[in-house]
Design a binder for this molecule. Structure first.
Ligand code: GDP
Ligand code: IMO
Ligand code: MG
Length: 425
């Protein structure tokens, strides 16, 4: 039995869904531990793509429990649509469970996310406008009582929560943003059909999960977003409102730190970011465009073109430390097939000082000049390689450079979206 955490090493979209799906093959339970439908995780099986936002990427392995943990935030309609979509494709979702303690993204959260972003103007974060920040804000505020999944079980309780929330929220919606107030009955009617449809899935998932642990099952804890979108460890304020880092897996599931055996950071072979915020190795020219086209770097959730840039070993090294990584899954390596030379950022120069790891004061990053070393490219198609030995020498040298920089072994190398395009070491 092993408990394994899958964490994004950079700013999200590293291929966590694909790696989770692979680890799920032998697992008794796969748990999403934070975030909401801001995430978009793609799993490709036999050329068929499954785009998951809330449901853990283990769902394609029907016998494993698929759990949305305490630390997630759930949009009831979004979750219902996702379940219906999977059922329409022949999946039963028979072991799908949602924590009753997960907080609910309400219509006023989505509205406020949009109003706040618009009001920020040029200083906007570039959120997904899915209501994530406002929902986590209510969780930490505690009062008036926010809506949790448990509250969806009783219509009267839900109405009471909505009444108390709107008594406060409407003041903000109207007086701060000049928007029309939300109506209690309309809000209730909007979410009740989805809320009711989710009743069979709402559980004490902490107990369920500990049961799987006691039974000796392998467990996968799946993060959303990435290390540098973490509320505390990320490039604040250009972060999400939860804890994607490995420590967040404990908070969001009820699994204690000493129960975790492995932490796999999923690192994209180059770097991308969606939304605003510092990105030292961003390439806004032709090379960045080439990476975007080769990697199909358009958001799964919002369709936005992702910002693209060169490999940043400072980011991966810092991420390995923050997460206590025991292994790296290096993904999308095939995207680099097209480059004769690969500039790799090994340190930053900021104000005349050299930084080998990311400074915690993220605003310094906007002044960072990347110090690059150039690695040789391999200029050949690696998408059919199924063993490490089959990789070209320069690709192996790239993998080993990642290991030397981080001191962490690369245990998975992904050379294409398919399950079989994965080299295990
Ligand atoms: P996540 O949010 O971390 O799960 O990542 P996304 O699913 O948002 O983005 C990763 C994208 O790359 C998805 O479309 C995957 O199907 C795809 N992908 C994953 N691994 C590889 C790989 O090794 N090579 C290529 N070319 N695509 C990959
Ligand atoms: P996955 O799990 C990439 C980014 C948004 C924005 C910031 C805050 O697919 O890797 P939010 O809506 O969370 O308040 O937005 O975080 N962001 C992501 N970027 N991948 C994601 O998820 C993301 N989820 C949020 O673009 O910059
Ligand atoms: Mg994604």
């Amino acid at each position: 039995m092993a408990v394994r955490v899958v964490v994004g090493a950079q700013w999200g979209d590293e291929g966590k869904g694909k790696i989770t799906d692979i680890l799920a093959e032998s697992a008794g339970a796969v748990v999403r531990y934070q975030g909401g439908s801001n995430a978009g995780h793609t799993v490709v099986v036999n050329g068929e793509a499954f785009k998951l936002h809330l449901i853990p990427s283990g769902i394609l392995h029907e016998d494993a429990f698929s759990i949305m943990g305490d630390g997630t935030v759930i949009d009831p309609q979004g979750l219902k649509d996702e379940i219906d979509g999977l059922k329409a494709r022949g999946l039963s979702c028979k072991h799908l469970y949602v924590s009753g303690c997960a907080h609910v993204i309400m219509p006023y959260h989505r509205l406020l996310d949009g109003l706040q972003e618009d009001a920020r103007g040029k200083d906007s974060i570039g959120t997904t406008r899915r209501g994530i920040g406002p929902a986590y804000t209510d969780k930490t505020a505690r009062m008036p009582l926010p809506v949790r999944m448990w509250d969806l079980l009783c219509k009267d309780t839900l109405r009471e929560r909505i009444e108390n929330q709107l008594a406060q929220k409407n003041t903000i919606i109207q007086q701060l943003y000049g928007h029309a107030p939300l109506d209690v009955d309309e809000t209730l009617d909007e979410i009740w059909p989805a809320a009711e449809a989710l009743h069979p899935y709402i559980r004490d998932t902490r107990q369920l999960l500990l049961g799987r642990v006691d039974a000796g099952d392998d467990i996968v804890l799946e993060g959303a977003q990435g290390t540098f979108l973490d509320l505390d460890c990320g490039t604040f304020p250009f972060v999400t409102s939860s804890h994607p880092i490995a420590g967040g897996a404990c908070l969001g599931t009820g699994i204690g730190p000493t129960m975790i055996d492995d932490v796999y950071i999923v690192a994209k072979a180059y770097t991308t970011r969606v939304g605003a915020g510092p990105f030292p190795t961003e390439d806004t020219g032709e090379q960045g465009d080439l990476i975007r086209e080769r990697g199909h770097e358009y958001g799964t959730t919002t369709g936005r073109p992702r910002r693209c840039g060169w490999p940043d070993f400072v980011v991966i090294k810092t991420s390995a430390r923050i997460n206590g990584a025991t292994g790296i899954a290096l993904t999308l390596l095939d995207v680099l097939d097209a480059f004769e030379e690969i500039p790799v950022c090994v340190a930053y120069e900021i104000g005349g000082e050299r930084f080998d790891t990311l400074p915690s004061q993220a605003d310094l990053l906007s002044e960072a000049t990347p110090i690059y070393e150039t690695l040789e490219g391999w200029s050949e198609d690696i998408t059919g390689c199924t063993t490490y030995e089959a990789l070209p020498a320069a690709a192996k040298a790239y993998v080993e450079a990642v290991e030397n920089s981080t001191g962490v072994p690369v245990k998975f190398i992904s050379v294409g979206p398919g399950r079989n395009q994965t080299i295990k070491r």
